[in-house]
Design a protein around this ligand. Structure first.
Ligand code: DX5
Ligand code: ZN
Length: 214
């Protein structure tokens, strides 16, 4: 069984509060908050004020995915009572060790994400300082893309390293996952599955969440 983190990027923004209230009542574990700056990725999503407007509505913790350059500038802005994880991109950090410490000292758990073209070994020197590893299974920037199975070996790699080193980070996957293919990432050893379109566009959201969880 995996945990399920619907990405609110796929919600109906014209009725965001209602959509979030609805999805929080369907047995989900986190809300995945996709923040895009139009620089690190070629898309702009929304900022911390939109996220904070959900604080009185959301009944699960936030899993914040920062797809932004120089993320140290914005970490504090995304820390709220609802924030559990802040995840930055390896490719967007000049000094990852510093940024990981920054996230933890600001009061959140520290996550790092790698893009599909990034080798998993780049995090080897940081593993003991990481609370969550987010393996991208699409190029970051847009919801609704096709799942790339290059993530599977990376998930297995981080699972193996966790056992070998006796560490406690969780492994998450993001992009193109739904109930039809979630078994692939579960079998590889993932702990948390992000799903945007699959959950928000489902005819039966509860069944979709259960199908993803396994
Ligand atoms: C992509 C985002 C994902 C995306 C997932 O840049 O990080 O979280 O919203 O959406 P789906 O599940 O539709 O691929
Ligand atoms: Zn994401």
């Amino acid at each position: 069984m995996a945990k399920v983190a619907p990405s609110i990027l796929a919600a109906d923004f014209s009725r965001l509060g209602e959509d979030i209230r609805d999805v929080c009542g369907r047995g989900i574990d986190y809300l995945h908050i996709d923040i895009m700056d139009g620089m690190f990725v070629p898309n702009i999503s929304f900022g911390p004020d939109v996220m904070k407007s959900l604080n009185g509505i959301a009944s699960v913790p936030y899993d914040v995915h920062l797809m932004i350059n120089a993320p140290d500038r914005y970490i504090e802005k995304f820390i709220t009572d609802n924030t559990e994880f802040i995840t930055v991109h390896y490719e967007a950090c000049d000094d990852l060790a510093y940024t990981l410490k920054h996230i933890r000292s600001a009061g959140a758990k520290a996550g790092v994400s790698i893009k599909p073209g990034t080798a998993p070994e780049v995090l080897d020197d940081h593993l003991k300082d990481i609370d969550l590893i987010l393996v991208m299974s699409v190029e970051p920037g847009f919801g609704g893309q096709k799942f790339m199975d290059s993530c599977l070996d990376k998930i297995a790699y981080y699972k193996m390293k966790r056992e070998e080193l006796g560490l406690g980070y969780v492994i998450e996957v993001d992009g193109g996952v739904g109930s039809a293919n979630a078994h692939l990432v579960r079998d590889a050893g993932v702990d948390i599955i992000v799903a945007g379109s699959a959950v928000f566009k489902a005819a039966d959201r509860t069944a979709e969440v259960e199908g993803i969880r396994g």
